[in-house]
Ligand binder design. Structure first.
Ligand SMILES: NC(=O)c1ccc[n+]([C@@H]2O[C@H](COP(=O)([O-])OP(=O)(O)OC[C@H]3O[C@@H](n4cnc5c(N)ncnc54)[C@H](OP(=O)(O)O)[C@@H]3O)[C@@H](O)[C@H]2O)c1
Length: 338
C-alpha cells in the first residue's frame, strides 16, 4: 500500500529540496502503531534537519516531521493493540520516516492519548514543547535554581515554560521584539527584556542581580548565549536547548568555566523521557496536559498547509514564527485558521 508524503531529496539550507511523492506506507513492528496523521507542526528541529544543521541527520531522501497528532489505525502486536482507535499526539522515532505524511509509525511509548477536551491543533506540540517545559522545571528543581533567564521566551516552549513556572520561581524573559514582549505580558509575565534595545545589557545585569538568577535556558546560541554567561554570577549554569541563531556558543573557557566556575549543560526531551521511570513519566504527562485546555495553553496557528503547499512554499510559511505555528495537514489544502 502507498501513501502521499513530503519527501526531502537532500538537506538544503534554502529548504528547496521538497516534493510530494507516493511512497510505501510504513508497517508497524511489535509494540508499534500505525497512525493516520491529522496534522503535524513545522518546528525549529524540523527546519534544522531540513537545512542540514542539526547534529543528527537522517540520510536523504527522507520524510521530515518530528511530531504530530493522528488516529491509531493499526498495530504490530504487543502493547500497540490497546491504542487502536485512539487519537494520540506522538513523536516519530529519531531516524524513522517522519510525520509530514498521510501515515506514520511509532512506538507505543512515544504516543500520548488525547482526551476530548483537546482539539488536534491545540495539543499538537504537547509532547515536544509541553513536556519540554515540564522537563526543564524538573531539571531546575533538581539543580535548585530559583531564578532563571529564558531566551526566545515568546516561542511556544517559552510560553509553556512561563505557565509551568508561574508562582514557583523568578523568570527573566528575553525576546527580540516589542510584539514578542506583548505576547508574554498578556500571559502575565512580569519581567520581559528586549535584546534588541541599547540598554539590554544593563537591564539584564540589573534583573539578574535583583532576582538572584543562577541559570539561563537558551534556545538561541551565538553571541546572546555567551553574553548571558558573562552577565550571570560565578558558578551559574547555561542550559542549551536549541540554536535558533544558527550560531554555536563561543565562550572563553578559562574565564567562564575555570576561573568563574560556570557550567554549560544541555537538555533534550528525548534523553529526558528515556531516563524517566514509568511512574514519573505518567506524572510528567499529567503535568503537561494540565498546561493545556480552554483556559490554558493553545497552540497559536497561523497557517494550515496541505502536503503540496508545504513542499512548495515552506520558507514563506515559516517566515514569521512569532505569529504562530504552521501545521501540515495531509487532509487539507492551504487555509488560514479563522
Ligand atoms: N532541547 C529540546 O528538547 C527542545 C524541545 C523542544 C524545543 N526546543 C527548542 O526550543 C526552541 C523554541 O522552540 P518552539 O517550537 O517553541 O519555537 P517557535 O514557537 O517556533 O518560536 C520560535 C521563536 O524564536 C524566535 N527566534 C527565531 N530565531 C531567533 C533568533 N536568532 N534570536 C532570537 N529569537 C529567535 C522567533 O521569533 P521571530 O518571529 O522574531 O523569528 C519565535 O518567537 C527551539 O530552539 C527548539 O529547537 C528544544
Amino acid at each position: 500500500m502507498t501513501m502521499r508524503a513530503v519527501v526531502a531529496s537532500d538537506h538544503d539550507p534554502s529548504l528547496g529540496a521538497l516534493a510530494v511523492h507516493d511512497v510505501a506506507r510504513p508497517s508497524p513492528r511489535r509494540h508499534q502503531v500505525l497512525i493516520k496523521v491529522h496534522c503535524a507542526p513545522v518546528n525549529p528541529i524540523d527546519v534544522m534537519i531540513l537545512r542540514g544543521t542539526y547534529p543528527a541527520l537522517p540520510p536523504a531522501p527522507f520524510i521530515p516531521g518530528a511530531v504530530g497528532v493522528g488516529t491509531v489505525v493499526g498495530h504490530g502486536g504487543g502493547l500497540g493493540r490497546v491504542l487502536v482507535g485512539r487519537r494520540v499526539v506522538f513523536a516519530a522515532p529519531p531516524g524513522s520516516p517522519g510525520t509530514w505524511a498521510e501515515y506514520a509509525c511509532t512506538g507505543v511509548s512515544l504516543c500520548v492519548p488525547l482526551g476530548d477536551r483537546f482539539n488536534d491543533s491545540d495539543a499538537v506540540n504537547l509532547l515536544a514543547n509541553g513536556m519540554t517545559a515540564v522537563g526543564l522545571t524538573d531539571l531546575l528543581d533538581r539543580s535548585r535554581h530559583e531564578s532563571v533567564v529564558f531566551t526566545a521566551a515568546a516561542s511556544e516552549v517559552g510560553q509553556l515554560f512561563n505557565r509551568v513556572t508561574r508562582g514557583r520561581r523568578s523568570l527573566i524573559n528575553v525576546v527580540r521584539s516589542d510584539t514578542q514582549a506583548d505576547i508574554l505580558h498578556r500571559l502575565g509575565a512580569r519581567i520581559v527584556l528586549n535584546s534588541s534595545t541599547d540598554d539590554f545589557p544593563a537591564q539584564l545585569g540589573s534583573w539578574i542581580e535583583r532576582t538572584g538568577a543562577t541559570a539561563a535556558i537558551d534556545s538561541v546560541g551565538g553571541t546572546l548565549a555567551a553574553s548571558l554567561l558573562d552577565a550571570l554570577p560565578d558558578r551559574a549554569e547555561l542550559i542549551s536547548i536549541g540554536r535558533l541563531s544558527g550560531e554555536p556558543v563561543t565562550i572563553d573557557a578559562l574565564t567562564n568555566l575555570t576561573y568563574r566556575q560556570q557550567h554549560m549543560t544541555g537538555f533534550s526531551i528525548y534523553a529526558w523521557l528515556d531516563n524517566l521511570s514509568p511512574a514519573r513519566r505518567i506524572r510528567a504527562i499529567h503535568r503537561a496536559r494540565r498546561l493545556y485546555g480552554p483556559h490554558g495553553h493553545r497552540t497559536r496557528v497561523q497557517h494550515i498547509a496541505g502536503l503540496d503547499d508545504a513542499a512548495q512554499r515552506l520558507p514563506d510559511l515559516i517566515a514569521n514564527t512569532s505569529a504562530g505555528k504552521t501545521l501540515i495537514s495531509p487532509l487539507s489544502g492551504a487555509t488560514r485558521p479563522s
